[in-house]
Design a protein around this ligand. Structure first.
Ligand code: TXA
Ligand code: MG
Length: 344
């Protein structure tokens, strides 16, 4: 059994933070809340501690980790050069769901960066995460705290469901407020490029610095991971089969309706991962309303929790649709593409 400590997300108890930091300092792994998803943290500068992250998750060693710092000023503890564009963006988005890919310093272990000469760094906007980093006194490497390939965790219970007994401690700070991972921005190239869409929208970044490229994010095959880090093909998957219906709302819902009827005729239990207003026309499916489709923040916040909740209710098929590519829609689209067994 992994011990779980419950903390106030606004005002974490310093004694509990000290206990968690002590685990980090003795090379342990601690799951902790961030505003995006729960992370599985260890001392980023200690090879042995970092190895435990990969082992606990069953994560392949060619998939590099994000290093979490308590402030933008500290990024130069792991990065050889922090270009001015970082300062400019940080003024708007840090702490927050924006990760920068920077040239790395030699003392960052190769296992953190999967042998790349760059390191991914972010400052999380969560009082528990920040307190843990400060109290530990080291940068904390942390991927999402799920079994490799599974749906990312947005609550401590999700972490427990995946990693109980495999990690040293879980800090419970309630549900994540953003619900999808950080946007990863490669600032070692010109123009800078979004490698993974996430909690900070492409448009929002462009409003500050002008043109930003978007990497062609079609899922890659798994052995391409090294060349295209972070974009392993199949990822974020629930246990149930997930079918994503693309296209405009009405045509997507029509396709979904047909699929639901057919699956039910075959005796399958069908879960719906849809906007509140989409649910009306479906009968005897298991609904997981994500919020209004006009409120993409709500859709993002509930997305992973919905996949896990439907799995827990034993459905064998989850049906969902696209929510466009504007703003947070792009990150939602990216995660659904990777979670899907079929795209129709
Ligand atoms: O919101 C988040 O970013 C969460 C929380 C815990 O901070 N973390 C997260 O970590 O999503 P993870 O490991 O699930 O995804 C990080 C991705 C990896 O898939 C990795 O390939 C990419 O970031 N990455 C890390 N270092 C990189 C580098 N040097 N160059 C390019 N991509 C990198
Ligand atoms: Mg992950």
């Amino acid at each position: 059994m992994t011990p779980l400590l419950t903390l106030s997300p606004h005002n974490p108890d310093p004694d509990l933070i000290r206990q968690a930091a002590a685990v980090i300092q003795r090379r342990g792994v601690v799951a902790f809340p961030t505003e995006t998803v729960y992370g599985l943290g260890a001392n980023a500068l200690d090879e042995e501690a970092v190895a435990k992250i990969f082992h606990a998750k069953g994560r392949p060693s060619n998939d590099p980790l994000i290093v979490h710092m308590a402030s933008v000023d500290e990024m130069n503890l792991v990065a050889a050069n922090v270009p001015p564009v970082v300062k400019k963006l940080a003024a708007h988005f840090c702490p927050g769901p924006l990760t920068f890919v920077l040239p790395k310093l030699p003392h960052v272990p190769a296992s953190v960066t999967a042998g790349l000469n760059t390191v991914a760094v972010r400052v999380p906007a969560h009082p528990i995460a920040l307190a843990l980093i400060r109290e530990s006194g080291v940068p904390i490497a942390a991927p999402s705290a799920n079994r490799f390939g599974h749906t990312s965790p947005t609550t401590a219970q999700h972490v427990l469901d995946d990693l109980n007994g495999r990690i040293d401690m879980i800090l419970d700070g309630g549900a994540a407020s953003v619900g999808v991972e950080s946007t990863i921005l490669d600032v070692t190239r010109e123009p800078v490029m979004i490698l993974r869409p996430g909690g900070v929208a492409h448009e929002a970044i462009e409003r500050i610095i002008g043109k930003v490229e978007l990497r062609n994010n079609r899922p890659n095959s798994d052995d391409e991971a090294q060349a295209a880090p972070g974009l392993l093909g199949k990822h974020y998957t629930p246990n149930a089969e997930l079918i994503l219906c693309k296209g405009e709302k009405d045509s997507a819902l029509e396709k979904l309706f047909g699929l639901a009827k057919q699956a039910q005729a075959e005796g399958r239990s069908v879960g719906l991962l849809l906007a509140n207003e989409d649910m009306a026309s479906f009968e005897s499916c298991v609904p997981y309303p994500l919020g209004s489709s006009a409120d993409l923040e709500s859709i993002a916040r509930n997305l992973y929790a919905g996949m896990r909740a439907l799995d827990n209710q034993g459905v064998s098929l989850i049906l969902t649709r696209d929510f466009g590519k504007q703003g947070l829609g792009l990150a939602i689209h990216d995660r659904l593409l990777r979670a899907a067994s079929q795209i129709i």
